[in-house]
Write a protein that binds this ligand. Sequence first.
Ligand code: ADP
Length: 609
Amino acid sequence: VLVLKQQSIRRQVMVMAGLLLLPIVGGIALSANRARLDRQEAVRSETVSLALIAAAHIDESLKSLDVMASNLRRHPAVLALDTPACNQLFAALLREQPLLSNVMLVHPNGAVRGSVLPADGGERSRPWFREVLETRKTAIGGFDLDAVSRKPTVTWAYPIEDASSTLVGVLGLTVDVSRLQAVFAEIPLPDHSVVTVFDQTGRILARSAEQEKFVGVRTALTTPRNAERIDVDGMRRINGDASIRRAPWLLSVGMPGSVGPRFRSFRTRMIVMVLGVVAVSLWFAFWLARIMSRDLDYLRLAAERIAAGDLSPLLPRQLANRELSRLQETFVAMAANISETRNALDRQVEQERKMNEALQSLQRQVVRQERLAAVGSLASGVAHELNNPLQAIVGVAQLLERRHGLPPEALQDVAFVQKQSSRAREVIRNLSRFSSQDLEPSVALDLRDVVKAALSFRQQALERLPVTLSVEMTTSKKVYANFAELEQVIVNLLINAQQALETKTSGPWRIDVRLFDVGRKVRLEILDNGAGVSPEDEPKLFQPFFTTKPVGRGAGLGLSVGYGIVHSYGGTIGYAGNEWGGATFFFELPAVDGDGQESDEAVALRTSV
Ligand code: ADP
């Protein structure tokens, strides 16, 4: 069993089928053998009864000889040993009784006193004579071949005694044994059957077939004789024996038994059937084992595929039985479950990544704002400190200008000092705006008006470029701010957009201005299709004095001032890329409630800045 357990399913099924078939085939073989024995028994009893019948027939024929002999022994011509009368009598008898081939009367001195056939050969050819002489009883002579007709003969010899019981002669009735064969013809026998008569020495006296060949042949008589034996003609037969009462003979009827044609065809049919059953069973077992192992291989491959991480859905197919189909369903469900779990994990990882990014960007924003706040307070301090000396310089320059008698060169220098000082004052004013130190009075205003004003301010400059300007304003809410300051922020954004476009050699040039509500805020976006901002510049955009423009073109204050202004009204300002590859600058300001008051949110933000 242990060895069988390690084998493939194919071998297991084949071995099982073989083991199952063994008792079946054995049983069939046993019952076939039983049937053969039964048939042999039936044949044997048939042969025995046929042999009894044939023996009775022969006895009947021999009985007439006895009757004839007892009549002759009382016949006066015989008792008188009258040769002419005897010869006549014997010839008449021979014509009557076909079984007889000769009748002979012999004087006790050996002289033949009567015979149908010419008597020759002398006393030696008549061994029965001496036997009767000695025993004074009926004797049966041995097998003999008639000198003239070469027919097999046997002679019955009787003592002849007169009234005083003196032996007067010996009577011999010679029987043509071949005539006995006529008796066999009356017995119905199957093909290849044979009836044989043996004498006490085993010599064949008569036979129902091939007499010329076998009559006179001596066979070995074995007692008890086997029912089934090989006959003189070499054929195997089942024999039934019967002894004949009036002679020491044995009659046997032989019939072909086991090798009979009927049995042979039965046996052939049986063998073909058994072989057919075995072949069909083995083929079926093999087929079952084959489809089972094929399906199991298929499922194993599917499992290996899943184990290797391939979770693409399994194509279900028709399998050999319900158990395997269930296993397949389980595989399909398992693959689906694993795939679903993996997708959920992927989604979670992706979500976490996005959250992480958002967190990092928030962190960066906080750091940037902190830094801007620090820069703002520094700038306001510097501005404050510079403002007083600058006021003094401007005051002195104005006094000098008014003074009479100054040479024209000196006046020119004073004008230069005044001009540069007012530039310096402008820078200081902007710096203090960035740090929201220098607040102008605020009112509730419609951002649409501010945008319109800024656009009309830049209209001429924009018309110089073949730029497509599209303006879309959907807001209806107001914001709380200073008109001029917001106008400055928007104008600066428009200038930046235009300058970004000017670096582009080929069109089309586009600027989009969008103003809309986002919840309780109003949002302005200015988009261009310029070159955009490089990632490494992005964190520095709102720092004061950050610029990528050549000297004289940009001071790097525009966006930082915008940042200061928007934040001072509780708003946010920022940058994003857009689908054209250019820049989108935006700011959001809290909307004012219906009564024209700042919203709570705006106040809170404003006080916190
Ligand atoms: P300035 O315009 O004087 O350089 P800003 O503060 O207005 O100062 O701008 C700072 C920098 O931001 C600019 O030098 C430029 O590099 C970048 N920038 C601003 N607006 C845009 C824009 N629309 N497209 C590309 N870069 C821009």
